[in-house]
Design a protein around this ligand. Structure first.
Ligand SMILES: Cc1ncc(COP(=O)(O)O)c(C=O)c1O
Length: 342
């Protein structure tokens, strides 16, 4: 701000930031993108909206594995396209199989939306599972929109592979969304980016220049500092999250009637609470669904979780461990008392 970077910038981002994004992608994932394939926007959510508006039209179908991040289906609907929800299972780590993907494809299928590591499940697709999906995408010529916003939050025993790193034929059909919100805990700065083949980028750029112009100039310079600065803080944050994940999972495992797939990335545990339905948890009236469950937990135990219905997975609730250890201890004590005392 002192240097005067407070005016309009190029509508789709300053060249220095586009270069830093390309450099970081090459460093982290071994794939070269050109600055002309980058659009910088107001957060990853804005990127997802841009991509969908640029690529989809009424009548198109977009395949979304459930549980999905809450905005996915609404963002698809905003374009007039139809979200095609495909259920994945806890016992499969909430991963969509190639067979499920293939079975969901119709002549109207335009795109598959993928999110690994996932919000809300914390699931990380194994590389072989991604490769199997990629083969189908290439064979059927379907765009894959890969939301990689949690790529830096990967826990021991799990490996992150960018969808764009699965081969040149795959990359031609891949659109990557990422940003500074999670890796650098810069949620409020509102900077995200899209990496897409040049024809898609050109369409997104036209759209953004009419709709919003540039993302905040100051935030772009902050994002540049994050990407070009020392990266040790990211690994330190991830190590801290491992401790929190282990603590939260350990506590939840000790509560009878809950089940979950241990998160391999991101900062969520998505656990099944259906065995408590029909029971008067927390000493109140019986709860019949996840929304009731969360309301009762908030009212009586003062803990806020998000009901799985919002993610297309009734029966589940999402706990975020992006909170201090102190809050997590307090919250889990309260959840335990609420459920075991009932
Ligand atoms: C899977 C996923 N994609 C995108 C976003 C949006 O990120 P941003 O805050 O950069 O818009 C989030 C935020 O929670 C998310 O969980």
């Amino acid at each position: 701000m002192d240097a005067g970077f407070t005016r309009y910038t190029a509508a789709t981002g300053i060249p220095e930031l586009k270069k830093a994004i390309c450099d970081a992608f090459l460093r982290d994932h071994g794939v070269t993108w050109k600055p002309s394939e980058v659009t910088v926007s107001n957060g990853a959510k804005h990127c997802l909206h841009n991509v969908l508006v640029a690529c989809c039209e009424p009548g198109d179908e977009v395949i979304i594995p459930t549980p999905y991040w809450v905005s996915y289906s609404a963002l698809v609907e905003l374009t007039g396209a139809k979200p095609v929800l495909v259920e994945t299972r806890e016992q499969d780590g909430f991963c969509l199989s190639a067979a499920q993907f293939r079975a969901a494809i119709t002549p109207r299928t335009r795109m598959l939306m993928l999110n690994s590591p996932s919000n809300p499940t914390g699931g990380v697709y194994p590389v072989a599972a991604l490769q199997a999906l990629a083969e189908v995408a290439v064979e059927k010529d379907i765009i894959v929109l890969s939301d990689e916003i949690y790529d830096k939050l990967i826990y021991p025993g799990h490996e992150f592979r960018s969808f764009a790193a699965l081969g040149e034929e795959v990359r031609k059909r891949t659109i990557i969304v990422n940003g500074v919100s999670k890796a650098y805990a810069m949620t409020g700065w509102r900077i995200g980016w899209t990496l897409a083949p040049e024809n898609v980028s050109a369409a997104i750029n036209k759209l953004q220049s009419q709709q919003t112009s540039n993302p905040c100039s100051v935030s772009q310079y902050a994002a540049l500092a994050a990407l070009n600065g020392p990266q040790e803080c990211v690994a330190e944050m991830c190590q801290e999250f491992v401790k929190r994940r282990d603590y939260v999972c350990g506590r939840l495992k000790a509560i009878p009637g809950l089940s979950f797939a241990e998160p391999g990335g991101a900062f969520y545990v998505f656990f099944n609470v259906a065995s408590y339905f029909g029971r008067p948890v927390g000493g109140g009236t019986p709860v019949t669904n996840a929304t009731d469950f969360c309301t009762a937990l908030l009212d009586r135990a003062h803990v806020a979780l998000v009901a799985g219905d919002a993610f297309g997975a009734p029966g589940y609730v999402r706990l975020s461990f992006a909170a201090s250890m102190e809050s997590l201890v307090q919250g889990l004590d309260a959840i335990e008392k609420f459920l075991i005392g009932s």
